[in-house]
Design a protein around this ligand. Structure first.
Ligand code: XCC
Ligand code: SF4
Length: 625
């Protein structure tokens, strides 16, 4: 096999399992990545178009062959159109997840979703107030039903604005209005992306990119934000809780169930069903000591944030979890689930159980989930896992020892609560310079770069330089595994940040949730900006996605810059084939939304770029460097 394991990951548990995979002759994403080399140069540059059947067309990047497609589209047009389609797909993923959360909420309100309830009534009433719904003289379920219906209508709203965008500072709203990118409902924006990129419609790169920003805002301040808030109402708004992370959380003597994907709607029920005494008794009957649930990717983050359910790892560890030989069931819903898991599970005793009506994979046991009988389905899934325990081959069990503690659960509400209900203490710390600013570090893993290297090193550099870090998604899991989510990690923070974390008993890196929960970061940024009476683009803040890979990450990156936050990407997006698109994204867009992208694979240099931007913003606010 190609690279040696230490080049593939910095994570010792991952390295151990990669060696085990090698021994067992099993292929992982890293091996398949090697087999893809060299990857298509046209694809890397974004200059391949398959949008009609006169093509596929591709532009010769060396300027010797074709410089336009059959229809006459140039590299600039093709790259911009492809990017717009990536944004559309990413926004669709987040927002369709949101829709399912609202539909579950609605079924709950109608009394048709057994096991679900209103866990955070105060948050529900606050949301209702945003929509002008009064709880006066009505049952919580009546309020919930009306709220569910208005939230559902947000998705297809034909005219703007969508309500949650009004959470942004007034200055930000007028930036969007002036640029013509204040979005309508996310469904409409996504459909328009597909329409504009059909052959012979929108063929101006800047015009296309502006619609990309508009679509991404309808995701970040629309779909994603709805997902976060409705899930908080249904399952509780996270508050700080301790847990553990990495493959070492798997138990050698218990039934291991992994929940993987993105939606907490079923996994919440699985967590409940696994605690059911009847199920635990069955597990003991089968020879296990109990039932252990852990998570991977963002479904994992959701149950980690709300229940302290341990996380077994991030995106690139999903196959490795199966290779431990100790997983009775890998239960998946949607997004970031490798189809490779089917074949792999077949080599072990693991049951690969797919649950979403939308997502099927080769080699799965289908146990489709519907709100009406979610608890029942969850119990069936847990039972299937428990009954699979006797099939485990102890001779093939190989659980790495590594795991790290972590403190998670930092919703915007929890952060503001810890500060005494107002952002003032944080503002004071930023003004005094103890905290230089805030870095938002998020996103996936990608075998193009060493697993977790960019995540962990970028975050370490930031906190060392007194930048408070907020994190979500697979970055958060990387940080958890590296011990950066422990209050003790304050020791690694600079002289300004460290005493603040120690006084509050919090880590210098705050886990704010799953990828849709980047909406929490937006809400926090809006609270800070509103408190100061400035725009988000004035804040000493910067974002980064050091190892991103998914289309969702493209939508996220776009809405983060559209919200006014400079963002550094660690893997190169497929745009370099267009000098115009590249220049708009890294420079021109700054004049429109007050922020732009940079690409920097080296996390140490990326940290420097972010810190320089934070210094620049501090100066702009008249704060000392
Ligand atoms: Fe997926 Fe959200 Fe990326 Fe991780 S970080 S690989 S999108 S799980 Ni969003
Ligand atoms: Fe080629 Fe134009 Fe068709 Fe794309 S839309 S495949 S560039 S002819």
């Amino acid at each position: 096999m190609g690279k040696n394991v230490s080049e593939r990951s910095i994570d010792p548990a991952t390295r151990a399992m990669l060696l085990e995979a090698d021994r067992a002759g099993i292929e992982t994403a890293w091996d398949r990545f090697d087999k893809q080399q060299p990857q298509c140069g046209f694809g890397i540059l974004g200059v391949c178009c398959r949008n009609c059947n006169m093509g596929p067309c591709r532009i010769d990047p060396f300027g010797e062959g074709a410089d336009r497609g059959v229809c006459g589209a140039t590299a600039d047009i093709i790259v911009a159109r492809n990017l717009l389609r990536m944004i559309a797909a990413g926004a669709a993923a987040h927002s369709d997840h949101a829709r399912d959360a609202v539909l579950a909420f609605k079924k709950m309100a109608e009394g048709e979703a057994e096991g679900y309830q209103i866990k955070d009534g105060a948050k529900m009433n606050a949301l209702a107030a945003e929509y002008g719904i009064s709880p006066e003289g009505r049952s919580p379920e009546e309020v919930a039903l009306e709220l569910a219906n208005v939230l559902l209508s947000e998705f297809g709203k034909q005219e703007g604005p969508i309500t949650f965008t009004r959470r942004a500072p007034a200055k930000r709203q007028s930036v969007w209005e002036k640029a013509g990118i204040d979005p309508r409902g996310v469904d409409r924006e996504i459909v328009e992306c597909m329409h504009r990129t059909h052959i012979g419609v929108d063929n101006d790169p800047v015009h296309l990119l502006l619609h990309g920003l508009r679509t991404s805002i309808s995701d970040g301040w629309g779909g994603s934000m709805i997902a976060t808030d409705v899930q908080d109402v249904l399952f509780g708004t996270p508050t700080p809780v301790m847990s553990e992370s990495n493959l070492g959380v798997l138990k050698s003597d218990e039934v291991n169930i992994i929940v993987h994907g993105h939606e907490p709607i079923l996994s919440e029920m699985i967590v409940a069903a696994a605690e059911d005494p009847e199920m635990v008794a069955l597990a003991i009957e089968m020879g296990a000591k109990g039932i252990s649930v852990s998570g991977i990717c963002c479904t994992g983050n959701e149950v980690l944030m709300r229940h302290g359910i341990p996380t077994a790892g991030n995106f690139l560890q999903q196959e490795l979890a199966v290779i431990t030989g100790a997983v009775e069931a890998m239960v998946v819903d949607v997004q970031c689930i490798m189809p490779a898991l089917g074949n792999l599970a077949g080599c072990y005793h693991t049951k690969f159980i797919s649950t979403s009506p939308k997502a099927d994979f080769p080699g799965t046991l289908r146990m489709e989930y519907h709100e009406e009988k979610a608890l029942e389905t969850a119990r069936e899934i847990v039972r299937a896992a428990v009954e699979n325990y006797p099939n485990r081959d102890p001779g093939r069990v190989n659980i790495p020892r590594e795991k790290s503690g972590c403190m998670v659960g930092f919703s915007a509400e929890a952060i503001l609560g810890a500060l005494g209900g107002t952002p003032q203490p944080l503002v004071d710390a930023i003004v005094s310079g103890s905290i230089k600013g805030v870095g938002a570090v998020v996103g996936c893993n990608n075998p193009k770069v060493q697993h977790d290297f960019g995540h962990v090193n970028l975050v370490r550099e930031l906190i060392r330089n007194d930048v408070l870090v907020v994190t979500t998604g697979c970055n958060a899991i990387a940080c958890a595994k590296a011990g950066l989510l422990l209050p003790e990690a304050a020791k690694e923070a600079g002289p300004g940040l460290r005493p603040i974390c120690e006084a509050l008993g919090v880590p210098p890196v705050l886990h704010m949730g799953s990828c849709v929960d980047i909406s929490r970061i937006l809400v926090l940024a809006a609270a800070l900006a509103n408190h100061l009476g400035v725009d988000i683009s004035d804040l000493p803040a910067a974002g980064a996605a050091p190892e991103w890979m998914s289309e969702k990450a493209v939508s996220i990156g776009a809405y983060v810059i559209a919200s006014g936050v400079y963002t550094v990407l660690g893997t190169v997006p497929p745009v370099l084939g267009s000098p115009e698109v590249t220049s708009v994204l890294t420079k021109g867009v700054e004049g429109v939304v007050g922020a732009s992208f940079a690409v920097e694979p080296d996390p140490f240099k990326a940290a420097k770029l972010m810190i320089a931007k934070i210094e620049e913003k501090r100066e702009g606010l008249g704060l000392s460097a």
